[in-house]
Write a protein that binds this ligand. Structure first.
Ligand SMILES: [Zn+2]
Length: 400
């Protein structure tokens, strides 16, 4: 009968915790690591030596102490140039590829416009082949690819990255995971997740919600995506499809939705809803949203009424989510950032009227810290995960 973790399991978990600390916080002294991980100095020393031998961290004198007299205190820093992942983002209007080093630095970044109306995922992501070639070329000799992650604006099967439905991309039943695996060509699966889930993960690990374990992230473009983190863990449901807050039915007598249902939240707060309410072309996209927000701020009556209407619906949905999840923070990303900023009073007043006091009293309404690349950064974090689970794992693919 087993009574607890073995010495080896404890060591592995400590190695992962140390590596994750320097990945998230950058260079740290042994004293900082000792305090933050709750381990003694000699254990920290041994773990650092193991990670340094594996080429994952290095120890050295901090830049500001170089050339000074006296004995400097060493810092442990991640090997950001030598240990990296590939991160991809497949969005409505663009495809992005990046090489991200341990520590979170974006080392290379490429972007292409995604042609609208391309229903075949493999054809749509084909530009990634060229990006991967360039990124491999610029990586320093001996640098190690840990894995790859991808964000997509769609409902995606967690196990293999198969896209079940991406109404805004015009995709249904597309083997995106398989296509990306072929393009990277290292024999490993590419971890694919919904973009709002990954943006939430990024804001949680190194953005606006760092240190905040209960969070609802809302992402708006043509549709509305949601990423939920509860008790520090992403809520993605049984198959990975959870968090589709944009398809929460709020108005049964409302407009037809791209998903086939009627009156979903995104039909009331998505880009199309605001543009239609303001009497603008539905194809105006992000630029159109900015124009309406600007017109409202300059006193245009139609634009102001449209903002009030959408702000009201935004507040209804936020109140529902706050009542269900009791988050510490709700973040408004994508074009919802602008919509929220222009209708914050409306949203807050709806939340105060419809949210349960116990659920809403501590909630903070915020805009993202990581900007347009949040989902891409989340995809990189996802790709690093296996490394933190077992930092010294033997990787036959790399040693072959
Ligand atoms: Zn819907």
């Amino acid at each position: 009968m087993r009574v607890g973790p073995s010495q080896e399991e404890i060591r592995r978990s400590n190695l992962g915790a140390l590596l994750r600390s320097v990945h998230l916080h950058g260079a740290m002294s042994r004293a900082d690591l000792t305090a933050s991980l709750g381990l003694n100095r000699s254990t920290i020393g041994a773990l650092t030596a193991d990670l340094a031998a594996a080429g994952l961290v290095s120890e050295g004198v901090p830049r500001e102490q170089r050339g000074r007299a006296g004995r400097p205190s060493l810092v442990v820093r991640p090997e950001s140039e030598k240990v990296y992942v590939f991160a991809f983002a497949v969005e409505v209007d663009r495809i992005v590829a990046a090489r991200v080093g341990l520590g979170g630095a974006v080392l290379d970044r490429f972007e292409a416009a995604r042609p609208r109306g391309e229903h075949d995922a493999a054809t749509a992501v084909a530009p990634i082949a060229d990006f991967v070639r360039k990124m491999r070329h610029t990586a320093p000799a001996g640098a190690r690819l840990i894995g790859s992650g991808a964000a997509v604006s769609a409902m995606v099967r967690r196990d293999d990255g198969f896209v079940r439905l991406g109404p805004q991309l015009g995709w249904a039943d597309q083997p995106l995971g398989e296509a990306l695996r072929g393009l990277v060509g290292d024999g490993r699966a590419v971890a694919v997740r919904n973009n709002a889930d990954l943006a939430a993960l990024a804001e949680h690990t190194r953005g606006a919600a760092a240190g905040c374990d209960n969070l609802v992230y809302l992402y708006g473009d043509a549709g509305i995506g949601g990423g939920i983190i509860a008790a520090g863990r992403p809520v993605t449901g049984h198959g990975g499809y959870g968090g589709e807050v944009g398809h929460m039915v709020v108005n049964p007598n409302g407009k037809a939705c791209s998903c086939g249902s009627r009156g979903c939240w995104e039909t009331e707060i998505g880009e199309h809803a605001l543009l239609a309410a303001a009497g603008r072309s539905a194809t105006a996209g992000r630029e159109g949203i900015l124009t309406v927000v600007d017109a409202a701020s300059r006193g245009d009556n139609t634009a102001q009424a449209a903002m009030r209407q959408v702000g009201d619906w935004l507040g209804f949905g936020v109140a529902n989510l706050v009542n269900i999840f009791n988050p510490e923070m709700v973040i408004f990303g994508g074009t919802l950032r602008e919509v929220y900023l222009a209708s914050a009073a409306q949203v807050r007043s709806r939340l105060n009227r419809n949210g349960l006091p116990a659920c809403r009293e501590h909630v903070r309404l915020r805009t993202p810290q990581l900007g347009q690349d949040a989902a891409l950064i989340g995809a990189a974090e996802l790709a690093f995960e296996p490394l933190f689970a077992d930092p010294l794992f033997a990787d036959p693919l790399e040693s072959a």
